[in-house]
Design a protein around this ligand. Structure first.
Ligand code: NAD
Ligand code: UGA
Length: 439
């Protein structure tokens, strides 16, 4: 099949590359010229394990192309994916302007180039319930009926840092549509999933839109639950990881997403919770649980700040070494990373920050400003520091040389928000160790 993917971001790029790998002929389109030039040269604009190898392989096979020419691509395509961003607006609602711009562009192209079979327009961006119906109305208003274009909702569930694996091997494929033709076309598009018997969830447009938000919201609930419990465990001299393990072995609860941390971040959980709350408000249903999740997440970040400040008390011109800036490991994405709240709060309280992240420093710089000194290794960040604050669970932090670290620091104190350091080893090495959710 010939496919157009609009948007070469985390989702569009990964989707396009994987569909090309399935044997389709794919154009990935973006309005960002420098991004397209980089991609044409085989370089990924995002850090995502495994992506460059797939880009190069599929570029060489001729199945994958990057371009800014939407018109000739859509004209030739039987399926068009929209994977543009849907950020938070000031009110918390999903800002759909990029999505509707893309829809209008597609409508204009389809009006000029009528085709015999209807084009499938797949909304992959995360959008609130009712959006796909609005997309259909928009197409109708532009003179494009169902005989010319069929709208499908196909939300994406990939995780950054694991995006290629998640896209090649999803746990389920959610398809929202109102016609059998649409379901059939999506199944032939995703033939490797069918062959591997990956479950397809075929539902209405509205249900598909809801499934995406509900899934993210539920995962965020789990994280906030364990983060809240972590605070209680600290007071009751209990290790929250022991509690989480005991809970997670119950199949009804499950072990995943019970890892305490500095608060969840990333491009989606925070914005999607706000967007779902806004949908609730619009429909006269206050989603109280989500309000609480948001508050707990904010409190968690403040808790981390307080833990560091307590340990800096009485030290003049204190230095905090920060290990990890990205919102999680294996990504360079800084969108809504806890570091963006925690570091400014520490700086406002007089701390100097020396930070090290394996790949996110370039993205962090414009967001955190020049008040942070960026270092090229964990040891460099630790030089003369009074607290070592671990914010991201990068693999290399798990087996950091504690003796070498201690010899770098002015005061041997660790605040570990990811529980990457073994407390006994840290104590043996002479550190004052704090791990989140631990006595
Ligand atoms: P992103 O910001 O990384 O990428 C969006 C891209 O779209 C940008 O490169 C931008 O230049 C391009 N773009 C915007 N308007 C365009 C247009 N009219 N024509 C061509 N290109 C255009 O966004 P993302 O993180 O990939 O997220 C995209 C959507 O997928 C969002 O709705 C998000 O909620 C959802 N989602 C994201 C993830 C994730 O892990 N990032 C996972 C699941 C779902
Ligand atoms: C999340 C979802 O997991 C994906 O299914 C979804 O497609 C995506 O959002 C999206 O819609 O964008 P992602 O944001 O890449 O994926 O990362 P996660 O692994 O879910 O982590 C999100 C945040 O929660 C991170 O800050 C992470 O550190 C934190 N987290 C996660 C915890 O604090 N504890 C956990 O147990 C799990």
């Amino acid at each position: 099949m010939r496919i157009t993917v609009i948007g070469a971001g985390y989702v569009g790029l990964v989707t396009g590359v994987c569909l090309a790998d399935f044997g389709h002929s794919v154009d990935v389109i973006d309005i960002d010229a420098s991004r397209i030039e980089r991609l044409k040269a085989g370089h990924s604009p995002i850090f995502e394990p495994g992506i460059e190898r797939l880009i190069t392989h599929n570029l060489e096979s001729g199945r994958l192309a990057f371009s800014m020419d939407l018109e000739s691509s859509v004209h030739a395509a039987s399926v068009v994916f929209i994977a543009v961003s849907t950020p938070s607006s000031d009110t918390g609602e999903s800002d759909l302007r990029y999505l509707f711009t893309a829809v209008d562009q597609v409508a204009a192209i389809l009006s000029q180039h009528p085709s015999e079979t209807p084009t499938i327009l797949v909304v992959k961006s995360t959008v609130p319930v009712g959006t796909c119906t609005s997309v259909r109305t928009r197409l109708l208003n532009a003179g494009i009926g169902e005989d010319r274009c069929i709208v499908v909702s196909n939300p994406e569930f990939l995780r950054e840092g694991n995006a290629i694996g998640d896209c090649l091997n999803p746990e389920r494929v959610v398809i929202g549509a109102e016609s059998a033709v649409a379901f059939d076309r999506m199944k032939s598009l995703y033939h490797p999933y069918v062959a591997r018997e990956i479950p397809f969830v075929e539902v209405s447009l509205a249900a598909a839109e809801h499934i995406k938000y509900a899934s993210n919201a539920f995962l965020a609930v789990k994280i906030s639950f364990i983060n809240e419990l972590a605070l209680l465990c600290e007071k009751t001299h209990t290790d929250v990881l022991e509690v989480a393990r005991g809970m997670g072995l119950d199949a009804r609860i499950g072990p995943s997403f019970l890892m305490p941390g500095p608060g969840f971040g990333g491009s989606c959980f925070p914005k999607d919770i706000r967007a779902l709350e806004a949908v609730g408000q619009k429909n006269g249903v206050e989603l109280k649980l989500l309000g609480a999740v948001d508050l707990i997440n904010k409190r968690q970040k403040r808790h981390v700040v307080n833990q560091v400040l307590t340990r800096l008390s009485g030290i003049s011109a204190p230095i905090v070494a920060v290990l990890g800036l990205a919102f999680k490991a294996n990504t360079d994405d800084m969108r809504d990373a806890p570091a963006l709240d925690i570091l400014p709060a520490l700086i406002a309280n007089g701390a100097m920050i020396q930070a090290y992240d394996l790949v996110a420093a370039d993205n962090a710089r414009p967001l955190l400003g020049e008040h942070v000194r960026y270092c090229s290794s964990a040891m460099a960040a630790a030089a003369d520091a009074d607290v070592l604050l671990i914010l991201t669970e990068w693999n290399e932090f798990y087996d950091i040389d504690l003796m070498a670290l201690k010899s770098q620091m002015r005061t041997p104190t660790i605040v570990d928000t990811r529980r990457v350091i073994d407390p006994k080893s840290a104590t043996r090495a002479g550190f004052n160790y704090y791990g989140i959710g631990r006595a």
